[in-house]
Design a protein around this ligand. Structure first.
Ligand code: GDP
Ligand code: GDP
Length: 450
């Protein structure tokens, strides 16, 4: 059970809030400060969200002047084991130095904070509500513990922090479960003369497409369904091969060939799950190839690279390493794209290429359970805490995988507009490396609670 801890100076309405969330008159409420002495735990329920609510005491003291001095230790004690802190202020009274003191200590902790401006029913709390922005916890929730106002906003704020829906419920209706045995939609793209038609002919084992030294001589063909027998498992695996060379003719464009290959690739990408970028071993990796590669990644498709004409490659290992380095250099988005050496002419490396394409689609379709994701997330933040631009820490609270194919993640926190690109990359690379996404393009959306 997540622990939601109520924190605030005496008399702001903590006990009333506790009662409201537990639904029973458990805590003693009194107009006089100093009534609440112990920590109390209750089973809370808020619009279907279940958590343990903790009402903290110890703020109260017979001698209020000694309170600020003890504040740090008490905040720490109160936050022990907390998933979220509900920081309550009295909107009618406005901000007091004690509120600011508590706020400072809360900023020092890594526990996410939701700010409640209590007693905000009617208009009497308006100015306190606006003042409370100064505490630096984002938008305060206008709340009335006594009248039960603001409960939906509180729910909204807590949901990303403690709501961990069942894995089954996470998948949206329009996203059917991934079947690794389904037809692989595969496109082969590349510059003219890289050997795309020859490759497709070789795969299909029949002369379906015309090949020749002049680029662009192909019969019309958009997609071909066939079965590949995986020598590793003996299984037959269905593939729908999208032939961009065939599309080129369809497009009836006789413009510059280089520009054409980009247009081909763009169309192929619309169809494909996995895109194989074919390079010509006799030419290496050229600018145009990087352009196509970036486009595939921007479109969120799984990308792999095959160096063709390996049968005539000179200095094979030098070439391979050179292409690897140029890819890692030229494509900032991903490192370690699957790279295979093939020969469309001899058939070398083609089984390896197709095996890699299926594995890549698995990674591209992968879903990580929220709990595992956040375990990784906590470790990543501990290993390398987010920076504090201007001395104020950026709070990263919770991460969830919102979609697959390509994988998309949503990161919740505060001051996210200040998050440097390098830190974002640190997270994305960590997701990729440590959660099994390999070289798949990953999207990370940043979201601050309203
Ligand atoms: P605590 O000391 O922070 O636990 O505060 P209590 O829950 O004991 O509340 C202190 C006083 O504020 C009591 O008189 C409550 O009735 C009153 N109070 C609590 N919540 C509200 C609210 O939403 N609106 C108003 N007007 N009064 C409230
Ligand atoms: P496309 O324009 O990308 O479809 O390229 P083609 O399939 O038409 O091939 C262009 C030229 O490269 C042709 O002369 C092919 O015979 C040749 N070619 C294709 N694959 C290979 C290969 O693996 N090895 C060698 N040596 N030549 C190849």
């Amino acid at each position: 059970m997540p622990h939601v801890v109520i924190i605030g100076r005496p008399n702001v309405g903590k006990s009333t809030l506790f009662n409201r969330l537990v639904g029973k008159k458990l805590a003693l409420v009194d107009d006089q400060p100093g009534v609440t002495r112990d920590r109390r735990f209750g089973d809370a329920e808020l619009l279907g969200l279940a958590f343990t609510i903790v009402d903290t005491a110890g703020w109260e003291d017979d001698d209020p002047s000694s309170l600020p001095g003890r504040m740090r230790a008490q905040t720490e004690a109160a936050l022990e084991g907390a998933t979220v802190a509900l920081f309550v202020i009295d909107a009618r009274a406005g901000l007091t130095p004690l509120d600011e003191e508590i706020g400072r200590h809360l900023h020092e902790s890594s526990v996410p904070v939701v700010l409640l401006a209590n007693k905000a029913e009617g208009r009497a709390g308006d100015s306190g509500l606006f003042e409370s922005y100064a505490l630096g916890f984002g938008d305060p929730i206008a709340f009335s513990a006594e009248h039960g106002e603001g409960l939906a906003d509180l729910f909204q704020a807590l949901l990303p922090l403690i709501g961990e829906p069942e894995e089954e419920e996470e998948r949206s209706e329009d996203e059917p479960e991934y079947d690794p045995k389904s037809v692989l939609k595969l496109a082969v793209v590349g510059r003219p003369n890289a050997g795309k038609s020859t490759l497709i002919n070789r795969l299909l084992g029949e002369d379906r497409l015309l090949t020749g030294p002049e680029a662009g001589i192909t019969r019309d063909s958009i997609a071909v369904d066939w079965e590949w027998r995986d020598p590793a498992t003996g299984e037959s695996r269905p593939i729908r091969l999208i032939d961009t060379a065939g599309m080129r003719k369809k497009a009836q464009v006789v413009d510059k060939l280089e520009r054409l290959s980009v247009a081909d690739a763009r169309r192929a990408i619309d169809f494909a799950e996995v895109v194989v970028l074919l390079l010509d071993a006799t030419r290496g990796l050229e600018h145009q190839d990087l352009k196509i590669a970036s486009m595939v990644l921007e479109e969120g498709r799984a990308l792999m690279i095959a160096i063709n004409k390996w049968d005539v490659a000179e200095d094979a290992s030098g070439l391979f390493n050179g292409v690897r380095a140029a890819l890692d250099d030229g494509l900032a988005q991903v490192r370690g794209l699957p790279l295979v050496a093939v020969s469309a002419r001899t058939g070398k490396g083609l089984d390896q290429m197709l095996g890699a394409a299926f594995s890549l689609r698995d990674a591209w379709s992968r879903r990580v359970p929220t709990a595992a994701l956040n375990r990784w997330f906590d470790d990543a933040l501990t290993a390398n805490p987010p920076p504090a631009p201007g001395g104020r820490r950026i709070k990263l609270r919770y991460i969830t995988q919102a979609k697959t194919r390509p994988p998309g993640f949503v990161l919740f926190g505060t001051r996210l507009d200040m998050l440097p690109e390098s830190y974002r990359r640190y997270l994305v690379n960590g997701i990729r490396r440590e959660l099994g996404f390999d070289a798949v393009p990953i999207r990370l959306t940043l979201r601050s609670p309203k």
